[in-house]
Write a protein that binds this ligand. Structure first.
Ligand code: GLP
Length: 245
């Protein structure tokens, strides 16, 4: 592990997935012990899996109680059934919620279940309203190969939670989980930057060789631009970035 401050970023380089899982999980547990009804923002994807494994283990060891913790997930595909292997609902239950004692009532996952544009807008608005009411204490983030956060894609960064179209490179990157690239949904509901940056603390995880170029760009780039969504983290003054590349 090596901790550095570089170009406005607080970076922790870790050596392996186990270390990543342990360090990030211990930051989460610290919050939950301090405030049992902590509001966590949660991410899907392969990057946070070691963290969810460690949290599940710690719960098994009776080191933490999640019964009062509230959660908001970042995103969900549009047009996918929630028992589909690739839905983010299923991901969260398989990797975390089924292993710990969360109260079902306290779990919030974007739920873009409508074909009607107006209704979808209303679903997004209500999601933001609830985030505003509860406030997020700690947001866990991953990053896409093109620097996206949640599903805020390059040149389409949204202020508020919205229905967004996925970029070709994201569809390709996420195709590894689907039988065929054509099965990857083209739209998703994604939390906006206003909600993400409203979190008191952010932990971003940049993991995997495919993220090397984007990470180097984040280190070098001084501007904040919607061409490169992760650059918005530079606007937040309590962000840590865990890197395993
Ligand atoms: C998806 C999600 C993001 C996630 C990104 C990286 O596109 N919408 O929230 O951060 O993938 O995923 P992975 O960690 O699998 O590389």
């Amino acid at each position: 592990m090596k901790e550095v401050y570089e170009n406005d970023l607080h970076i922790i380089y870790v050596d392996n997935e186990k270390e990543l899982g342990k360090l990030v999980a211990s930051e989460i547990i610290e919050e939950v012990i301090k405030k049992p009804d902590t509001v966590l923002g949660l991410a899907t994807g392969s990057s946070p899996i070691p963290v969810y494994k460690e949290l599940s283990k710690l719960y098994g060891d009776k080191a933490v109680d999640f019964s009062k913790v509230r959660t908001f997930n970042l995103d969900e595909y549009v047009g996918i059934s929630y028992d589909n292997e690739n839905s983010y609902h299923k991901f969260m239950y398989d990797n975390l919620f089924d292993n710990i004692n969360m109260d079902e009532e306290n779990i919030n996952i974007p739920d873009p279940k409508s074909e009607d544009e107006k209704e979808l807008k209303e679903i997004c608005r209500k999601y933001d309203e609830k985030i505003k009411e509860l406030g997020i204490d700690l947001q866990i983030l991953g990053m896409g190969v093109n620097g996206h956060i949640a599903f805020n894609e390059p040149n389409n960064v949204r202020a508020n939670t919205s229905i967004v179209k996925l970029k070709e490179e994201t569809i390709k990157a996420n195709a590894r989980f689907f039988e065929d690239e054509k099965d990857v949904p083209r739209y998703a509901m994604s939390m906006g930057l206003k909600q993400i940056l409203s979190s008191k603390k952010i932990i971003a995880i940049i993991s995997g060789k495919s993220k090397k170029d984007a990470f180097e760009r984040l280190l070098k780039q001084e501007t904040v631009t919607d061409e490169f969504p992760i650059s918005f983290l530079k606007l937040h003054n309590n962000t840590k970035i865990y890197v395993l590349i």
